[in-house]
Design a protein around this ligand. Structure first.
Ligand code: LER
Ligand code: MN
Length: 276
């Protein structure tokens, strides 16, 4: 049965990139995965696609309508995984290809008002020019997203994945300094568990800059399968009047259905439910 969880909404990740064995719940073909997400009671799906031309806009719209699901966000990590693209690469040619990839995803996502995520495609700082490349890339992506009336999502990652910004606080300052006001932060609780001193304090401090949440436990499994205290996290999100998604970007362990239903149970137990 479908439920609504106050103004905070639920989402689950669907990957269509077979070699991405990472933190994605459902890997089955989209019609099967959309049906599973709806059956388990999610409000939305977050899509991890090989690129913008993998599936048609019409097919995604039709699946979303049939199953009553929103498209919470679109990941871009396949651009890095499959083509080695990053918007801060020292090579101008690679940077241009990377920006083109992300801009195409923004145009695709705009049909569903879905924001696009800059995660692994932010790359790593390799010298004094790198931060300038990040600023310029974020300005281009943010402007394109703004033209469609959606924010662009920038995700601080843990130290093993990037040396740009690992914490919400540093990333917030950076966005403010560069006038990146259509860029919102993606607070991934897994990365935060590695980098932040206090998850709830970091959320309260970043406040309105948070536009999306990857809802993962400390070990990147479903919330409840690790040692994060989700009560503190949800209380902080309520304090900042967060009204976006808690999206399960987690390993499908012990299996996709159990990981997904544990996510829903965790959120329902903390927020209560409202049948619709
Ligand atoms: C993407 O959302 C993410 O969290 C990264 O760990 C992917 O590299
Ligand atoms: Mn993430």
């Amino acid at each position: 049965m479908k439920t609504k969880t106050h103004s905070i909404k639920t989402a689950v990740t669907l990957s269509q990139v077979p070699e991405a064995g990472g933190p994605f719940v459902f890997h089955s073909p989209l019609p099967v995965a959309f049906a599973k997400a709806a059956e388990l009671g999610f409000d939305a799906v977050e899509l991890f696609l090989p690129g913008p031309y993998f599936v048609s806009v019409e097919q995604v719209e039709s699946l979303a309508t049939i199953h009553g699901l929103e498209i919470a966000a679109l990941g871009t990590g396949a651009g890095m995984l499959r083509q080695g693209l990053s918007i801060t690469d020292p090579s101008e040619e690679i940077r241009e290809k990377a920006i083109h990839f992300v801009l195409s995803m923004i145009d695709f996502g705009a049909h569903f008002k879905a924001p696009v995520i800059l995660g692994s495609m932010q790359g790593k700082s390799t010298g004094p020019d790198s931060i300038g490349h990040l600023v310029s890339g974020l300005h281009q992506c943010s402007a394109a997203a703004k033209a469609h009336g959606v924010p662009f999502l920038y995700e601080p990652l843990n130290r093993y994945e990037t040396n740009f910004f690992n914490r919400l606080g540093g990333a917030t300052q950076f966005l403010k300094e560069h006038g990146l006001d259509n860029v919102a932060l993606l607070a991934d609780l897994f990365h935060m568990n590695i980098e932040e001193t206090d998850l709830a304090a970091a959320i309260r401090e970043a406040g309105p800059h948070i536009g999306h949440v990857h809802y993962a436990d400390s070990n990147r499994q479903a919330m409840g399968f690790g040692h994060t205290d989700p009560k503190q996290v949800i209380a902080a999100l309520q304090d900042i009047s967060y009204s976006g998604y808690l999206s399960a970007e987690i390993y499908p362990l012990p299996d996709p259905e159990t990981a997904a239903s544990q996510t829903i149970s965790s959120i329902r137990s903390l927020l209560g439910t409202e049948k619709i």
